[in-house]
Structure formats: C-alpha cells, structure tokens
Design a protein around this ligand. Structure first.
Ligand code: GLU
Length: 483
C-alpha cells in the first residue's frame, strides 16, 4: 500500500511553527516510505482565510525544503464532495436537520452552566416528526445539519505516537453540526463544516496516516464516527506533541515568534530550522547525531520515536544548530545571505561591485555568527570609512607611548601599496622594537585606533580589509587627533 499523508493548514495566518513542524513529520514519514506528501489548504472559514496567508504557507514550506507531491488542493473547490457526503449521512439516517434558534441554544447553555454542566447540545431535534419540521419551516427557521453522536459508546484507536486512546461519546458535546444553515431557499443545506470536510477529503485523497497536532485529538474521535458512518476505512492516526515555551506552556505569539517568517527574519537558515524541527519531539535512533539534512532524517524517521510529552522549544539549541550550518557555509555563498541583513541594519552594500571585499569580510565574521542577523553587529566596525571612538578606546589611545606607536604605523603603512598579512605583522614587530614596548600594547592600541573599540574581529584581518578600502590611514590619522 502506498503511504499517503498530508499537511492541511488553514490559511487564517502565516505559516506557524507548529504547522511547519507537523509538515516536517509528515514529509519525513512520506519520504521514509517513498510515499506521497499532499498539501491541502483548508480554507472553508471564508471570513478568516486570505490568499496572502496561502502564499505565505506555500513559500514557507518551500523555503524549508518541504516540497509536496500533490496539491495544493483547496477545500473551497471541493464543496460538491462535502455536499454529497452530507446527503449520504441524511439518507442513511446518520444526520438530521436541527431547527434550534441561537436563542434556544443560548438558553440551553445557560441552564447547563447553572447546573455546573459542560456545554453540549442536548440532541433535542434528533427525532422531529414531519409535523414538527413543517411547523419550524413555517416559522421561517433554517436548519443546520447535525450528525448523531451516541453518548453510550467508547471511541478508541491505536495512535502511532500515543498508543491506545479512548474517548467517551458523551464527552463530544452532543450531536455535531456538519453543515450550517442554507443561505438561499433552494439549498438543501449550507456550508459544510471542518470535521466533515476533513474526513471527506482524507477518504477521497486516500490518506493512509493522519499525522497532526495533539490539539486535534477530540476531533479525531468525532471524525472516526464519520468514517464509520460513511462506510470508509479509518486511517492510522498519529498525534504529535505540542511545542512548549520554557515555562512549559504552548508556544505562542507572546514568546516573540510563531511564524516561520519570524525565524527567517531573525536570520535562521532554512536547513538549520528544518533540522531543529525534526528534533522537536523526535529522537533519532542515534541520539548523539544532531546535525542532519531532512533527507538524512527521513531515512531514519519513524513515528514510534516521536515523544508523547510536549516538546520544549530550546533557543540555545536552535542557535547552536544554526551556527553549525553557518560555519560550514562558504563565504561565497554566505555573503549573498548577509546582504539583506546589512541592508536592514541601514548599511546598503554594493554586492555587484564589491563582492571580493564583502566575501573576505564574510569569511572574517563567519566563525562568530550564530544568526544571519548578527552580521551587522559583527562587522559594523568595518563597514564605514570613518571610525568613532568609545570611551575605552580613547583611554587606550591616551596611554603613554601610544601616540608614537600610531605615528610609526601610519608612516610605515603609507609606504606599502598593498598591505598583506606578512607586511602587517612586520610593521607590528618593527614598532614593538623601535618603541621598545610590549607587543600587547601595540596590538591593543592599533585596535583602538583602527576600530574605535577594544574588542571585535581578528585585528590583522580587519586591518587588511580596511587597507583594501584605503580606510586604515584615515582612521590612524583620526586617532592621532583624538590623542
Ligand atoms: N486545518 C487544520 C489546522 O490547521 C488541520 C486539520 C488536520 O490536519 O486534520 O489545524
């Protein structure tokens, strides 16, 4: 049997980290079994669904490398399937028309609340006579379609992640609405609702495993009843653990990021984020291996190694994984990724005209990068012609003997056309000897003069970069003025 799985996002917001992680697990499962991964856009919530969210979801999945084999399918194109299924449920007596008004439902809920009972529909229109129906219609009431849920039953399934799960029929809130009231008089019923649409699609798309977040467990119980009523084989279910913040609560907007776009803007690489997400709830057979591509993870992926317990989102680990990918990347490739981050920080760089210099700069800062967005901080002292001195740098420059050191360096570097690593070191050695000072004093003072601060990237390499731009002499002259 060919494995067929799907990711079924609702386009009511940008691609969420939880949905993306569910997509990762579905993708890994499909690839492991040479199966099919389907993208289905659940856009039946017409008020909240937006085309730009669909675009964001598609581009986010693509960015992460989660390519789909079929789709995107849109539920709004598929109403005929749902209507057919609703008609079948009505014809077979599994569903009925309920004419309750909003006020009646409200009163029902208030009465339940007063008795400290959980809100539920009390199935009062389950057995209406044709006369009752005629009376309600004459009053102008419009019915919803409700699917019968027997209170005295237990729904059970073997969850591929959680083992045996059971649910009481009486905990499902009474007979469930599967279609809204019709909008026009000639419609038999109105818009089909979520649980029904999902089941009809999963049947029609031959889905073999439904892998989705554990927040859908109660829906699964309802959906199993729909499969049975529609005479279809129930797929295997796998409910993935929630993603939690460091306080153990569901990761939410309050934690600063939730959408994949947020992670992209913070400077995480798609390979690194996808790698991290595979570990968010899944333990590879060799738990010591933490860096792998999606394809490598797919070879080893199985649902029985997905944990039941919530997966804590660990920023340090994500940063570590991201840095592993950044440090492995060649400056030639990395530089193109850094350009937008420099630009965002207000430093437009001329990548076409200045590529070799920017590549050298990238090579210099790459080992200290954790996120692409750090690029500006790591390179800001080298991005402008001029320098400004912080307090510590000024103190350093004002130390005894520093003026002579800087004068010596300036004089000697002016004589050299293209500074190299060797000639830079030679100047430093010469000044150490000529001024009879410690090399440490020379290095620290030179750093203060050239960079304006006492810490930063490697001094010699930074000097070479400044020299290639012709900025080192200006900076040394400016330092002499400060002294
Ligand atoms: N559309 C649902 C959601 O975005 C997913 C439903 C499912 O996977 O069955 O949560």
């Amino acid at each position: 049997m060919t494995i067929r799985v799907r990711i079924a996002p609702s386009p009511t917001g940008n691609l969420h980290i939880g949905t993306a992680r569910t997509a990762v697990f579905n993708w890994l499962f499909a690839r492991h079994h040479q199966g099919t991964f389907i993208l289905r856009v659940e856009d039946t919530d017409l008020e909240r669904s937006r085309p730009e969210y669909t675009e964001n979801i598609k581009s986010g999945l693509t960015w992460l490398g989660l390519t789909w084999d079929e789709g995107p399918f849109f539920q709004t194109d598929r109403f005929d399937y749902y209507k057919q299924a609703i008609q079948t449920l009505l014809d077979k007596g599994f569903a009925y028309r309920c004419y309750c008004t909003t006020e009646e439902l409200e009163q029902m809920r208030e009465a339940q609340k007063a008795k400290n009972q959980a809100p539920r529909y009390d199935n009062r229109h389950r057995n209406l006579t044709p006369e009752d129906e005629a009376k309600f219609k004459a009053e102008g009431r419009k019915p919803v379609i409700r699917f019968k849920i027997d209170d005295h039953q237990e729904i059970a399934w073997n969850d591929a992640i959680r083992g045996r799960v059971t649910w009481k029929g009486s905990d499902l809130g009474g007979d469930m609405v599967v279609a809204r009231t019709p909008e026009t008089d000639d419609e038999a019923f109105g818009q089909p609702l979520y649980n029904l649409a999902v089941v009809v699609d999963d049947i029609e798309m031959n889905i073999t495993q439904v892998i989705r977040g554990e927040d859908h467990i109660a829906n699964t119980a309802k959906q199993i009843l729909l499969y049975e009523a529609l005479g279809s084989k129930v797929p295997e279910f796998a409910h993935t653990p929630l993603i939690l913040n460091h306080e153990g609560r569901k990761l939410s907007k309050r934690d600063g990021v939730t959408s994949i776009d947020d992670f992209r803007k913070m400077g995480f690489l798609p390979e690194a984020l996808a790698n991290y997400m595979t570990l968010l709830g899944w333990t590879p057979p060799d738990a010591t291996q933490e860096i792998f591509t999606l394809t490598e993870a797919a070879e080893k992926f199985s649902l029985d190694r997905v944990n039941k317990a919530g997966a804590k989102f660990d920023w340090d680990k994500l940063d570590w994984i991201n840095s592993q990918y950044l440090h492995k990347m060649s400056p030639e490739k990395l530089v193109d990724l850094l350009v937008p981050f420099w630009e965002n920080a207000g430093y437009p760089v001329d990548i076409a005209g200045d590529r070799p210099w920017l590549e050298s700069l990238t090579g210099l800062i790459a080992p200290s990068l954790t996120r692409l967005a750090n690029a500006f901080d790591e390179s800001r002292l080298l991005l402008t012609e001029t320098v400004s001195y912080n307090e510590q740098a000024i103190c350093q420059l004002k130390l005894e003997g520093v003026k002579e050191i800087i004068e010596f360096v300036l004089e000697n570097v002016t004589k050299i056309e293209n500074l190299t690593e060797d000639s830079a070191k030679e100047i430093i050695n010469q000044v150490t000897k000529a001024q009879k000072v410690k090399k440490g004093l020379v290095m620290k003072s030179l750093r203060a003069a050239l960079m304006g601060e006492l810490s930063g990237p490697d001094l010699i390499q930074s000097w070479l970069l400044l020299n290639q731009k012709g900025w080192d002499k200006n900076r040394l002259e400016k330092a002499l003025k400060v002294i």
